[in-house]
Design a protein around this ligand. Structure first.
Ligand code: SAH
Length: 404
């Protein structure tokens, strides 16, 4: 058994059950990639069992804070089952859901999403990489499914010294199977590609905000809707569904912008999939910032705008530049809103906290000379939980702003 001995005073965050052990906290000790180590305080007191990661700044990630716990296949299988069972208690109205959300489920670096009959997993730390086979089998057993596709091609792997890996891990011979899946979400259907889509194929974390947007569309009968950073059109389909439920589809105009052509093609396919071919929808392969500026010059206005940009600040170090970028697009969007119009604005940057995001949007309002009510706060759907001990888990925050 290998031991990691911490520097004096560095046991405090582990004592609060925060699962990360930074390189700078370690006095001595080493192990192979993903190997289980016993983490001790400078005085030699047991703190945690953790997976060692020889290259990462996060040098080890805790599996357990219980000294008698054995870190073995049975333990990891029980964590998988617990995570899957927990989702049954959330009110998830979709065939797409996150089953394992990394640290929040006690499985640091593991992301698992379910799309109908298929699991898609990202193994993003040395620990879960080492236990990959055990975890894959445990996940299929816990869900009763047979197919698991690996999308270990996220940036985080590099920092762990791991190469990108994608392809079928269980259930299908490599390369000969369709990777498009269609899921039902709330009152609509969405297709996605687990092999070529972003992350595991889709942004499941925005599920409940899409539903909220559908409700707002139904209630307020939006005439002109603008969905910025639309990806495969989730918020557009939600608005169409809400307008249809209100009998207000006719005469409504929906514009969606993204810079990814494959995503826009899927978005158009999703319009057809839901029987909305007759609706007035436009999909623009363009830069959001430049397009918003053009719309302002043209004197266009909108009743509802969604701003769901990519992660501008992956870490706190990028926060300042990201803050300017968020402020800029929010300022432009607020200018394009009619009085009484609704802006759904999001940040999925871990480096931008909820308070800072609120301040950025407030600053955007001042610069745009637009006043608004914040009528709601939005966040990630409940299958993307945070735990009390792991504040880094909060990343997605949204505000509903109604222009005065
Ligand atoms: N709202 C979407 C998820 C958006 S993800 C949903 O509910 O599924 C962010 C999207 O922004 C990606 O699809 C990416 O292609 C797009 N994007 C990134 N930079 C962009 C830019 N400068 N202009 C337009 N789209 C951009």
């Amino acid at each position: 058994m290998k031991i990691l001995r911490l520097k004096p005073g560095k046991e405090r965050s582990l004592a609060r059950r925060h699962p990360w052990i930074f390189e700078s906290a370690i006095a001595r000790g080493s192990a192979d990639a993903g190997e289980t180590v016993r983490v001790e305080s400078h005085e030699g007191q047991f703190l945690a069992w953790a997976a060692f990661s020889p290259i990462s700044k996060i040098r080890a990630r805790a599996w357990s804070f219980v000294e008698t716990q054995r870190i073995d296949a049975g333990f990891l299988a029980s964590l998988c089952k617990k995570a899957v069972d927990a989702r049954a208690l959330f009110d998830i109205r979709s065939e797409g859901m996150r089953l394992v959300h990394g640290e929040a489920d006690g499985l640091p670096g593991l992301i698992v999403d379910r799309y109908g009959d298929t699991l898609v997993a990202q193994f993003l730390s040395a620990g879960v990489e080492r236990w990959k086979d055990v975890l894959a089998d445990a996940l299929l057993k816990a869900t009763g499914l047979a197919r698991l596709y690996e999308r270990s091609d996220a940036n985080g792997r590099e920092r762990e010294g791991l190469k990108p890996v994608t392809g079928w891990l269980r259930g299908e011979a490599e390369g000969n199977v369709d990777t498009v899946r269609t899921i039902r979400e709330h009152d609509w259907k969405l297709s996605l590609d687990i092999a070529t889509g972003h992350k595991t194929g889709f942004y499941l974390d925005q599920r409940d905000s899409r539903q909220r947007f559908a409700e707002l569309a139904q209630h307020r009968k939006f005439r002109r809707v603008l969905n910025c950073f639309c990806y495969t059109g989730g918020f557009t389909i939600a608005a169409l569904a809400g307008l249809k439920a209100a009998g207000a589809l006719e005469g409504a105009e929906l514009t969606s912008i993204d810079s990814s052509l494959p995503a826009l093609e899927m978005a158009r396919a999703n319009v057809a999939l839901n029987g909305f071919e007759a609706a007035d929808t436009r999909f623009l392969d363009a830069d959001v910032n430049a397009t918003l500026r053009r719309f302002i010059e043209e004197g266009q206005t909108f009743d509802a705008i969604v701003l769901d940009p990519p992660k501008f600040a992956p870490t706190i170090a990028h926060a300042e530049r990201a803050a300017r970028a968020y402020k800029d697009i929010n300022r432009l969007a607020l200018k394009l809103l009619v009085p009484g119009g609704v802006l759904l604005t999001f940040s999925c940057s871990g480096g931008i906290g909820a308070d800072l995001f609120h301040k950025i949007v407030a600053g955007a309002g001042i610069d745009a000379a637009v006043d608004g009510y914040i009528s709601e706060r939005l966040g990630a759907a409940p299958d993307h939980p945070m735990t009390i001990e792991f504040p880094e888990g909060e990343y997605l925050k949204g505000l509903v702003v109604v222009r005065k």
